[in-house]
Design a protein around this ligand. Sequence first.
Ligand code: GLU
Length: 449
Amino acid sequence: MTEIMDIVTARDPGQPEFHQAVSEVAESIKPVLDKNPEYRQAKVLERIVEPERIIQFRVPWVDDKGEVQVNRAFRIEMNSALGPYKGGLRFHPSVNISILKFLAFEQTFKNALTTLPMGGGKGGSDFDPKGKSDNEVMRFCQSFMAELYRHIGPNTDVPAGDIGVGAREIGYLFGFYKKLRNEFTGVLTGKGLNWGGSLIRPEATGYGVVYYAAEMLATRNETLEGKTCLVSGSGNVAQYTTEKLLEFGAKIVTLSDSNGYIYDPEGVSQEKLEFVKMLKNVRRGRIKEYAEKYSGAEYVALESGQDHNPLWDYQAHCAFPSATENEINALDAQNLVKNGVKVVAEGANMPTTPDGIDVFLNNGVLFGPSKAANAGGVSVSGLEMTQNSMRLGWNRDEVDNRLQMIMKNIHKTCLDAAEEYGTPQNYMNGANIAGFVKVVDAMLDQGVV
Ligand code: GLU
């Protein structure tokens, strides 16, 4: 294991997020390698950490002032053992190769857990959609697709959304792909409902996280009813996590964005949530306005350089980090445990640092790691691909029932794998082991490619 980290760090120094993701998986799967020497012999670990292909390209575009802007973009085609590369696109100034490689690596195991035929990929750009006009976003998306279109396709690589890429961006990207290829295919997921999208896709990640949390609680004969919950973020995942939590009778007291968070002791109601959806998805405003509109809530601005995030320092039973990677460090995790948190379900990808995870696991917290807990989003993407292939659309119940079944299944798979390898209730080990075994077995069947 140290060996694989030596290889990865020597080959790609300066990719801390990628190293973090690899190290977590390598640690979990040690007993699997010990039990199955053929894996070591076939160098599966060495192969799986190396992306099958990385595409990097320039995205030039003209802003509303007529000035030329240049962004950098990537698509990491990580692993195609189980199906076409599948994973989102992230538009955010922090995007770099390390972040996308960590996301693509995670995505590979996550997609394996869904049981649907999808390989792993991820892409994006350091473009910041914040503060840009619709026309600027469209011009950027068109320039981005002017290069990406030659590398993707419904049987090759099927991107979707992630941070900074929602319905608007998917629309512009799809429109330009169609124009360039003269083909109407399911090359992207997260499409609009009336042009090939699936019902429940926008809700899927958040709903899935809550289904997963409910499954974890059920192992202790508990439900979400009446539980106080901390949610971070206020984008797609946070919104639909909040919506499903409300439906299950829980109370949500926090939401956030990159500038700060709101604490609402009365709880976010469905009506307040509708305001958040309008604020974020239509007006593209900031969460601060929540506290301006609802006087019972307070807004706390986040200062940079703080050693902990005060959002994680309130009394609660459950936490749903739904903002971004490494948003819970060891100190935050200690605060959560001290304040009574018994369930953590990760909506964002890798939101807890490794020593934060240790704090949860050492304190008996039911910890649902992102590659299992947030797999609902890509699962419904998989169902969107199926519907596109059939040229049919399922109704809401059909998709939601399938999503619930998939999340239940993932939960059980993680639980069983954790048990089998001697770490009962450790969902992180379970997810890493089950995802890894599925991918590497397919790789071995397919030879050295
Ligand atoms: N970006 C999402 C994820 O992290 C969804 C990917 C997809 O639907 O392809 O899983």
